[in-house]
Structures are given as C-alpha cells and as structure tokens.
Write a protein that binds this ligand. Sequence first.
Ligand code: NDP
Length: 400
Amino acid sequence: MGKVLIIGAGGVGTVVVHKVAQNADVFTDIVLASRTKSKCDVIAADVKKRYGVDIKTEQVDADNVADLVALFKKHQPKLVINVALPYQDLTIMDACLEAGCNYLDTANYEPKDVAHFEYSWQWAYQDRFKQAGLTAILGCGFDPGQTGVYTAYAAKHHFDTIEYLDIVDCNAGDHHHAFATNFNPEINIREITQNGRYYENGQWVATGPLEIHKALNYPEIGPKESYLLYHEELESLVKNFPTIKRARFWMTFGQEYLTHLRVIQNIGMARIDEVEYNGVKIVPLQFLKAVLPNPQDLGENYSGWTSIGCRIRGKKDGKDKTYYIYNNCSHEAAYKETGMQGVSYTTGVPAMTGAYMFMTGKWSGAGVFNVEEFDPDPFMKKVAESGLPWHEIVDGDLEL
Ligand code: NDP
C-alpha cells in the first residue's frame, strides 16, 4: 500500500492512471507527472469524474536527473512507474536511486541517437539497486511484460523444459486511418525498420527487416500475415530459461501499413539524424511524429481485437507437449473503459498489475528484475480480473 508516481501522460500513462485509480485501496496516493502538465490535468479530471479519485499532477523533464530527484523528494513515492519513453529509463533509474524510490517500466532503454535497444544498460544497475535495498522491475507491459509472465507460468505449471518459444502479437483492429502507429510513432518505426533477429541453439541469427513472414491463425480472428522481428523480451527470456533452443517474436502488419512504411523509409522520413530545414535542425522521424495521428486519439473509431500470446513447445514427464496461452483484447471495450485503444490498454493493465504485485508485497527483492523472475501466479490472477483474461490451448497445432 502506498504512494505511486507515474511519469508519462501518453496513451499508456492514461491507462495506468485509470487502472491505479480503480485500485485506490492499494495505490493510496497517486501522482502523475509528465513534460506537458496540461495533459496530466486532462487525465486527472477524467479519472476524478469516473472514479472520484484525486490525482496530483506535476510538470517534469524526465531527461533531467536533478528535476526528477526534486520531484521524488517532494512526493516520496514508494514506486515510480515509468511510462514516458525508453530514452528516459536511465535518468529515472538514477533519480530513483538518489531519492530512494522503487522503479517499474514497460520498455528497455534506447539511446536517442541510435535505434538500438538491449538490457545491458539497465542490468548494469543491479548492484546499485541491491545495495540500496530497492526494487527495479523491467519491461512490465504486454510484450515485454505479460509475455514473460506467460512464459514463467508455462514453465511453472506445464513444462519440465521449455524448448521452443514463439511470441505472437496480432493487431486485427482497424483505426480507419490510412497510416497510424498504435504507440509512440518514433519508437514504433525505429523498432520495425531494424534488422530482425531470433535466438537459435545459443546464438542470435540476424535477418533483414521483416524478411521472414508467414500467415498464422489467431483465435477468433483467423489468418494474419506475421513478420519476424527482434523484440526485447527474447534477450531476458533465453537468459532466464536456458533450456530454450529457439525463441522468436512475430507481429502482424497489414499491406497498407507496410506500403506506407516503405515509402516513409524511401523518402528519408524515418531518419533519426538531424537535417537542416530553413535554418533549423530537425530530425525527420520526430517531424513525422508531429504530423501523424496521435496514438492517444485513435481510440474513438477503433474496431476489432488484439491477440497476443506465447506458443510453446517442450517436454513434460518425458513427453512432447505444446501450449498456447493468449489474451484477446477488444479495442472498443478498452476505449469505453479508459478512452484509449487496445494497444495502450494491453500495456497499461500489466504495468498496473506489476505495480500492484510490488505494492502488496507479492513481488519483492532488492535488485533489477525482469518480470519472469517473479512468481507468475498472483499476477495472472490479478491481470485477468483487471481486464486481460487469458486462455490456454494444450497440445494444439502451434503452426510454428
Ligand atoms: P506516448 O508518446 O503516447 O507518451 C509518452 C509520454 O511521455 C508523453 O506524455 C510525453 O510527453 C512524455 N514524455 C516524453 N519525454 C518526456 C520527458 N523528457 N520528460 C517528461 N515526460 C516525457 O507513448 P506511449 O504511451 O504510447 O508509450 C509509453 C511507453 O510505453 C513507451 O516507452 C513505449 O515504448 C512503451 N510501450 C510498451 C509496450 C509493451 O507492451 N511493453 C507497448 C507499447 C508501448 P508529451 O505529452 O509532452 O509528449
């Protein structure tokens, strides 16, 4: 029980604030801080109207450690939930150490000037968090996040050894725009235009961007072309489940989306280096973000479902076994509850759930943790009650 401070008033931040306010018995004091305070005030007013819960709001520059430390010292939260951008992970972790706060995020650190993400930067905080007696929970959205908990749950209840893991992420929704991204466009486009990579027999195998793809069937949705991407949870899952022989990540994209993406790249709008325009230096991808639809505004006309899960093959009692665990989330239902679409919802609900696990003492320990290192059972119960129920198919055809 205690005070929580959320950083980031975007799509995911909005869902997190709704969800912690729905659990005000555990999150007894809620502060929302972001770069633009007026956005925090709009969310706070909506939450007050819906649940009668007061949210304090603050302006902060999360790139600035001193600013963050002053904010944390003023409010003394037990836990800081970072749902700003991956660029801010390290400054927020530094400030947590200095002010004595625990930490949770949904995406691993990425430097602004290189489109590259890996856990090494945040795992390097292990000793400092341990010595300070503080907890840092990394990657607690859906993917990473819920997918790591699904894998831990499978390992605990269904397998003696997990051998093959395929994480499958389908967005079968329609936002009725020619092109829009479902979360921060800059982060999203940087991720998708990178080379692909998967893990096999102890090594990482590189692929061209979106080079490997196949149609996969998603429950209640049907077949969708799915593309192999590198995704951050693969790095921690193969470390924490060393019996894994192969781990891959697949995401669906429509043809229209891919055509736009190709054009954006071909004309140089996905560039992350500075160019001079009318005497001003601009980063093309940041400019593109400013003209694309805001992911926070997509919810109103969004129809259809997301379907994200883990398809696992391994051994139980000496026999081969397959296991598929997934959640299907309705964009309309997410919007009705929080004013945000399903991608923000499926990220924000696990973030609140991880925070709930920490605040209630079900997940604890000093150091830096990925979610699969904790007991999955209380999380699975709470996340299902909080809007993301899960389903299992045992010994079905995994297609992979
Ligand atoms: P948005 O761009 O909608 O929101 C980001 C928020 O952070 C904005 O309110 C922005 O402020 C604020 N912000 C950015 N920079 C700073 C700064 N320097 N100081 C203070 N505040 C800042 O992104 P999303 O809500 O879509 O995504 C949030 C996070 O969730 C990202 O890290 C993303 O990678 C992650 N994510 C994780 C997923 C998962 O499943 N694990 C899936 C989807 C997203 P302003 O409003 O002024 O721009």
